[in-house]
Design a protein around this ligand. Structure first.
Ligand code: 5RP
Length: 232
């Protein structure tokens, strides 16, 4: 069973006629986008904002109407993947390098649905190296600033070339271990000159669609808010 496919396709059920939606990036939401493409063939009418050039190409192949993000005040829904998800619905994203546009689009959405296989559920964020988008200029200085706050990083490469984001920036992947306070760490990193955005999405997900060999679980944020309250 392809768990990414199961989770991804299930999310398409939440897309309704007339919606303006955000389309995430990655191998799980790929299946959502394909499913939306099939629904469009059957008459579904929506408009979409892609979170990467790769997703824009896929959506165009599937005849999903794309609109300019800048002309859109509010999106009804965004569906995206994640690299790690903790019980409080904090996320690490950016494994595919699209974190900046993903966060911009998610922040403009009334609802963010995250699709994933169960391997993405973790007790604490941080085993997955935290991606941080930084400006190219003097990226080494930014890496040193990160090290000063305890985050050792490596410059992301792809096929031996330095990876450049859709926004023309670099990504530093940081291994710092367990992230106890995701929102606090996110704010701390954002204050560093040279940082454009972090891959921490603090409590940004509203719903999780998680596939495992036992089936699909749909979890609402209200449950996570209860956990957050109990941990205070
Ligand atoms: C891209 C992302 C992806 O959503 C994340 O890496 C998960 O990808 P996949 O669904 O391929 O496992 O954040 O920037």
């Amino acid at each position: 069973m392809n768990l990414k496919q199961t989770a991804g396709e299930r999310a398409a059920e939440f897309v309704e006629n007339g919606m303006t939606i955000g389309l995430g990036t990655g191998s799980t939401v790929y299946w959502t986008i394909r499913q939306i493409g099939l629904q469009i063939e059957k008459g579904l009418q929506i408009r979409a904002v892609p979170t990467s050039e790769a997703t824009a190409r896929l959506a165009a192949e599937l005849n999903i109407p794309l609109i300019d993000f800048a002309s859109t005040a509010k999106l009804d829904l965004t569906i995206d993947g994640a690299d790690e998800i903790n019980p409080a619905f904090d996320l690490i994203k950016g494994g595919g390098g699209a974190l900046l546009r993903e966060k911009l689009v998610a922040a403009a959405s009334k609802k963010l649905i995250i699709v994933a296989d169960e391997s993405k559920l973790v007790a604490d964020l941080g085993a997955f190296p935290l991606p941080i988008e930084v400006v190219k200029f003097a990226w080494e200085t930014t890496a040193r600033r990160l090290e000063e706050i305890g985050l050792k990083s490596v410059l992301r490469k792809k096929e031996n070339e330095v990876f450049v984001t859709d926004n023309g920036n670099y990504i530093l992947d940081c291994g710092g271990g367990k992230i106890v306070e995701p929102a606090t760490l996110h704010q701390q990193i954002k204050l560093l000159t040279g940082v454009v955005e972090t891959g921490i999405f603090p409590a940004m997900a509203d719903m999780l669609i998680i596939a495992s060999e036992n089936g699909v679980r749909i979890m609402e944020k209200s449950g996570a808010e209860k956990i957050r309250g109990e941990n205070k």
